[in-house]
Design a binder for this molecule. Structure first.
Ligand code: HPA
Length: 277
């Protein structure tokens, strides 16, 4: 616990204060940063004990900001397992955000549409997930300060937060699908046989992130919600070679909708309220 406390104290000293809401932005999904008041932005590389990104294009910053009377901590630059971070390293910033007071966590990502009803550019509210990464951020000695040895995962995505996002989508007339997210390691995309397998397993979308952070949040009893942007349609019988340029362009375009949706949710409920279930 010592390094967690050191990092928290260092961040507070640098002007990062207590926050209500945490946000983890998917790669290329950073439009929201143009709409919030940024109070502090600190490179991950300067923060004690923070994992540092290996890939140039994931330059990471922890951002402390404000929007609609809510204080935010935003991770701009996601840590992926395929980059070589350990699962525990991926968990670290999520735990730090919790220690800085966040009461809820929103995550975004780009994902492939395994369910062929989903089209490029669709937004999908993640309702449940399949952890196919073969690892877990909670492996190792349990840290009881954060949560129990065997955390419950019967509802990993918070019902009240999901309802809030659905309400915002309705208000803005933005179509919001719902589905099961399968997390794979990557970094390669899937083979045709793998897309068939994912569909058989019950996945609607597939990506290389989010699940480790969601497991970490659930361990701490931190309510979370996640939205995927569908960037490619994974039809095994008609599979075109992947075009990363196109994936990034689609993510960028859909990011406008996603940003409006998140900002509207923050406006409807600036301060998280804990629903008794
Ligand atoms: N597979 C895995 N990850 C992804 C995909 C995909 O098809 N699209 C975007 N991220």
């Amino acid at each position: 616990m010592k390094e967690f406390e050191q990092t928290r104290a260092w961040l507070l000293e640098k002007g990062i204060g207590e926050a209500d809401t945490g946000i983890v932005l998917g790669t290329g999904l950073d439009e929201i940063l143009r709409h919030i008041d940024v109070i502090r932005s600190i490179p991950y590389s300067e923060i004690p004990h923070f994992p540092v990104s290996t890939v140039e294009f994931h330059k990471g910053h922890l951002i402390y900001g404000r929007f609609a009377n809510t204080y935010l901590l935003v991770m701009h630059g996601r840590l992926h397992y395929y980059e070589g971070y350990s699962m525990q390293q991926i968990a670290f910033p999520i735990r730090i955000m919790k220690l800085l007071g966040i009461k809820r966590l929103f995550l975004s990502n780009a994902a492939g549409g395994v369910n062929l009803h989903l089209k490029k550019g669709d937004l999908v509210l993640i309702d449940d997930h399949l952890n196919l990464q073969g690892s877990n951020p909670l492996i190792g000695t349990n840290l009881p300060e954060f949560g129990p040895r065997f955390p419950d995962m019967s509802r990993p995505y918070d019902r009240a937060l999901n309802n809030l996002l659905k309400e915002a989508a309705q208000l803005l007339a933005i179509p919001l699908q719902q589905g099961v997210y399968a997390a794979v390691n990557g970094p390669n995309l899937e083979t045709r046989a793998e897309y068939r397998m994912l569909k058989l397993l019950g996945a609607d979308i597939v990506g290389m992130s989010t699940v480790p952070e969601v497991i970490t949040a659930n361990h701490m009893g931190l309510p979370c919600a996640a939205i995927s942007v569908v960037t490619d349609e994974c039809d095994p019988d008609n599979l075109a070679p992947i075009d990363i340029g196109e994936i990034i362009a689609i993510a960028k375009k859909a990011d406008q909708k996603l940003t409006r949706l998140l900002l509207s949710a923050l406006q409807i409920a600036p301060v998280p309220h804990i629903e008794q279930t």
